[in-house]
Write a protein of this length. Structure first.
Length: 208
């Protein structure tokens, strides 16, 4: 006779409910945009009462701010995971991060769509999101700089290169290609990836 299922603690139930609300918020923002999402629609999508959503977030603005943070935290963690154990080469690791991002663009994942819509629509709706995105952009830039600094130490990456400026260029290329593809599916993600990686190799490689 199978053992009875272990009952979740109150803390585990609260965490599961919160995760369901965030997942629902990301899905709704990706599908409909931040302007159309309401506390009531979030509650319905998450399978919880509107009162519980209101108790957790208090207002739509606070909900969007919290969801924005969650989207960016998930992106940061996923990008880090995509780079771990891929290669001893800093340049190849960066390429894998670029591939991971563009693959999510091609799939039109909820995270890609939610981030895009929060950046384009959410900033006008909630000016405070500008600060959140500035911090996030700096965090991604730091991640790339740290990765390439290791490459400079091993002699793989050009020691004279301005890594901060390069990181800004790399982020800009990826987001630009992503935006173009989300608007027009005929934009070739694979061809764009090949062009980005060729640029990375040419610009980053130490002179021999």
């Amino acid at each position: 006779m199978p053992a009875p299922a272990k009952r979740r603690t109150q803390a585990e139930r609260i965490e599961a409910t919160e995760e369901a609300m965030y997942a629902a918020a990301i899905k709704l923002i990706a599908r409909d945009g931040p302007n159309k999402m309401t506390l009531a629609s979030l509650g319905k999508e998450a399978g919880v009462s509107p009162g519980l959503v209101n108790h957790r977030f208090g207002s739509k603005n606070k909900l969007l701010q919290a969801t924005c943070m969650r989207v960016l935290e998930e992106w940061t963690e996923m990008l880090r995971e995509s780079s771990v154990g891929h290669s001893d080469s800093s340049i190849e690791t960066l390429k894998s991060m670029c591939r991971f991002y563009l693959d999510n663009v091609a799939k039109r994942s909820d995270l890609v769509l939610a981030q895009s819509r929060l950046m384009s629509e959410g900033r006008a709706l909630i000016p405070e999101l500008r600060t959140t995105f500035r911090k996030y952009n700096r965090q991604i830039s730091d991640m790339i700089v740290e990765l390439l600094e290791n490459g400079q130490k091993t002699g793989e990456v050009n020691a004279d290169l301005d890594l901060r400026s390069f990181s800004h260029m790399c982020i800009g290329m990826l987001r630009g290609i992503g935006s173009l593809h989300l608007i027009d599916k005929t934009v070739d993600i694979n061809a764009a990836y090949d062009m980005i990686t060729s640029t990375c190799t040419e610009v980053l490689s130490a002179q021999t």
